[in-house]
Design a protein around this ligand. Structure first.
Ligand SMILES: *Cc1c(COP(=O)(O)O)cnc(C)c1O
Length: 389
């Protein structure tokens, strides 16, 4: 057998971080002290009050069999209560909430549920690579919607050609945004809902960072827009908010028909989220205003400030993000992002992610995730400051 991969797997875009990954591994194996700003994964442990609930939940035999597919009634009720408190949005726990094995799982399965072969999916670039992969797996056509600094990394709906919107069935959005850290206002979400309504395009908003705001006001939900439930769903994740990336739990909320379709797909792939993890997530979402979360935001804010100050000293253009733990830094003049990342690794043992890995308009930027202690950030800056730009 030459190439065992399916046509869909072969159609995925090439993995642009492969070269950086290879160099990173080689450097580590050579015993070099790598400071890794590459991974979007909290370096802090899950908060104690969540672990305490898990310790009890895991001993309860009720949690040991297959969990109910869409999440326990209690989980859904807790999520509806969270939505009421956080966004003043009413959700029907039975029909408008679905538990996910992390939001990535739901985002990945969504096109199979609502997009037919050959229909178009609108995908923001730069953006989270899963949207495109999921579209290709569903034998649908990705159409790239370019985001740029000039429009604050928000799509301009009027720039999408009429012949594309005619065939489009689904559009992914993601604010606060990975990789740019950009945020969206409720006014923007109103435009998104109006666009969805006018063209019969389902809007799937990825809100994985909605509770990872640092300096600005808490970001809105697209479901706060009147009538949003007709055309929109929103993906949420406990991963970044509660330092729970390894636990695998998130949820999707919004349009009941879409949620039923996604649940029907999921019923054929998985058997739900471990009941004890659902219980722990209930504890997390019931306590989303606890001081631990504010402390965590202060930690990321302080780290981002230190990193930006340092980067700006040697020709990068970096502003602390209002939300997310990503610093999206413009590279020193005359450089492309691949060259910058290679040099950072070769000359300073520092890892950043080339912006072009998230799409062509990411060229000219490097993404630094501040999941590294302040002390290590200072060491990284000291090393970078010795480089000649
Ligand atoms: C991290 C991330 C997710 C996925 O998080 P899960 O752990 O699967 O809940 C989804 N979208 C974006 C943009 C992310 O950065």
């Amino acid at each position: 057998m030459n190439d065992v991969r399916s046509d869909r797997l072969r159609a995925l875009p090439p993995y642009l971080f492969a070269e950086i990954d290879r160099k990173k591994r080689a450097a580590r194996n050579a015993g070099r002290d790598i400071i890794d700003f590459g991974v979007g994964d909290p370096d802090q442990p899950t908060h104690d009050f969540i672990i305490a609930r898990m310790e009890r939940a895991i001993r309860n035999p009720k949690n040991h069999p297959y969990p109910l597919g869409g999440g326990s009634p209690d989980f859904r009720k807790n999520i509806a209560a969270f939505f009421q408190k956080r966004y003043s949005v009413e959700l029907d726990p039975a029909r408008e909430v679905l538990a996910l094995i992390g939001s990535k799982e739901g985002l990945g399965h969504l096109p199979l549920a609502v997009v037919s072969v050959g229909q178009t999916v609108l995908i923001p670039s730069p953006g989270y690579p899963v949207y495109r992969a999921a579209t290709i797996f569903a034998c649908a056509e990705p159409f790239t919607v370019e985001l740029t600094a000039a429009t604050h990394w928000l799509p301009d709906f009027d720039m999408i050609p009429a012949e594309v919107t005619r065939k489009a069935r689904l559009m992914f959005l993601n604010y606060p945004n990975n990789p740019t850290g950009a945020t969206a206002t409720l006014d923007f979400f109103k435009r998104a809902v109006a666009f969805g309504r006018q063209h019969n395009v389902l809007i799937a908003h990825d809100a994985a960072y909605n509770d990872m705001y640092l300096t600005g006001a808490p970001p809105p939900s697209i479901l706060q827009v009147p009538g949003a439930h007709d055309v929109a769903i929103e993906f949420h994740s406990a991963s970044k908010t509660f330092n729970m990336t390894g636990w695998r739990i998130g949820f999707v909320a919004g349009n009941a028909d879409v949620i039923a379709a996604l649940a029907a797909v999921k019923a054929n792939f998985d058997s739900g989220v471990f009941g004890a993890v659902q219980e722990a997530a209930c504890e997390a979402y019931a306590n989303f205003e606890r001081p631990e979360l504010y402390k965590m935001r202060e930690l990321y804010t302080a780290r981002a400030a230190i990193l930006c100050d340092g980067l700006n000293q040697f020709g990068f253009q970096a502003q602390p993000p209002q939300a997310t733990f990503y610093v999206w830094a413009g590279v020193p003049r005359g450089y492309d992002c691949m060259t910058v990342c290679s040099r950072l690794l070769d000359e300073a043992d520092v890892v950043g992610v080339p912006g072009s890995g998230f799409g062509p308009t990411g060229e000219g930027y490097v993404r630094f995730a501040v999941n590294v202690s302040a002390e290590r950030i200072k060491t990284a800056i000291e090393r970078m400051s010795r480089m000649k730009w």
